[in-house]
Design a protein around this ligand. Structure first.
Ligand code: NDP
Length: 290
């Protein structure tokens, strides 16, 4: 008879649709293995009705998880306790259980975007002029991070103008740095950073969210990621613009999620290597290293 204790393996899940492209299982499992944790992380393509019940049952069993496109809003509505970032953005990307409180959630995309943006800018977001493409859950996290970092201007350009207007209405601050733009290239000039927070680039054959040759910007951050250059990153670099994809942000939101679940310092170097980017630890560290 085996003397080994029965497995207490904890389950962590990613809920979204699609999820086949996600690098989260790769980097979270690498981090869990590196720290010798008896846990596993799996991606589940989930439809709406499954999201709340799965979040609750997996968390009550001692695990937790992440939520991705298009379920972050639904995840926010399923929580017993939402963080400030969830309340501000209306989107939740990480969840776990706390006895006495229940299902808890946060939005670690906000802080993760700040770190990734400062890495590609090689300077702080404070005072910067930003063109934000998209007005969904990720765009709300970006706008929230820009407002709290003291960005100078954030112009929101989205296919659906009413959704862009709602974002500005919901997240606008007293300084009025958030506004909307239409796709008129003559007006789209002199930005420090263009952020692609649309889902364009996820599916093969998607058009570019914008032609980087028609817009004046110092740098591009594409929240979409792949193991190779994304089409938008390739187009931006071809136009002589510094550009990075969403893997740095992915690692940062994953590291913050890991901390919520295990209350341990996440092995960022392992996470970075798993997705093929150079390790860095904090925004300040990133800027210093460049
Ligand atoms: P949502 O579904 O909430 O929003 C999608 C956005 O894309 C909307 O602004 C939508 O415009 C726009 N869009 C979709 N299809 C088109 C199209 N054909 N033409 C123009 N615009 C389009 O998704 P999220 O905000 O949650 O995610 C957006 C992207 O960011 C995804 O690719 C996701 O993978 C990525 N992401 C990456 C992260 C990272 O860590 N790197 C973290 C979070 C997100 P409309 O309002 O008009 O429908």
């Amino acid at each position: 008879m085996s003397t080994r204790a029965p497995s207490s393996k904890r389950l962590y899940i990613l809920l979204g649709d699609p999820v086949h492209h996600s690098l989260s299982p790769l980097l979270q499992n690498a981090a869990m293995r590196a720290l010798g944790l008896d846990a596993v992380y799996v991606a589940i393509r989930a439809w709406e009705e499954l999201v709340g019940p799965l979040m609750r049952s997996v968390s009550q069993l001692g695990g937790g998880g992440n939520v991705t496109v298009p379920h972050k809003g639904l995840a926010a509505d399923s929580l017993d306790r939402a963080s400030e970032a969830v309340t501000a953005t209306g989107a939740c990307n990480v969840f776990w259980w706390e006895d006495g409180t229940g299902l808890c959630g946060d939005n670690t995309d906000v802080q993760a975007f700040g770190t990734a943006a400062e890495a590609v800018l090689n300077s702080r977001l404070k005072g910067k002029r930003i063109l934000l493409l998209g007005a969904g859950g990720a765009a709300r996290a970006v706008a929230c991070a820009c407002v709290s970092a003291g960005a100078g201007v954030v112009d929101v350009l989205n296919r659906s103008a009413t959704r862009a207007e709602s974002l500005v209405f919901d997240l606008g601050d007293s300084r009025g740095i958030l506004g909307t733009k239409s796709q008129d290239s003559e007006l789209l000039q002199d930005y420090d950073l263009i952020v692609n927070a649309t889902s364009l680039g996820l599916a093969p054959g998607d058009p570019l969210p914008l032609n980087p040759r028609t817009v004046g910007a110092e740098a591009v951050l594409d929240l979409v990621y792949s193991r190779d250059e994304t089409p938008f990153v390739r187009a931006a670099r071809g136009a002589g613009v510094r550009a990075e994809d969403g893997r740095r942000m992915l690692v940062e939101q994953a590291a913050a999620s890991f901390k919520r679940w295990f209350r341990l310092e996440p092995p960022r170097d392992v996470m970075c290597r798993a997705v093929g980017i150079t390790p860095c630890h904090t925004a300040a560290d990133t800027i210093k290293r460049r």
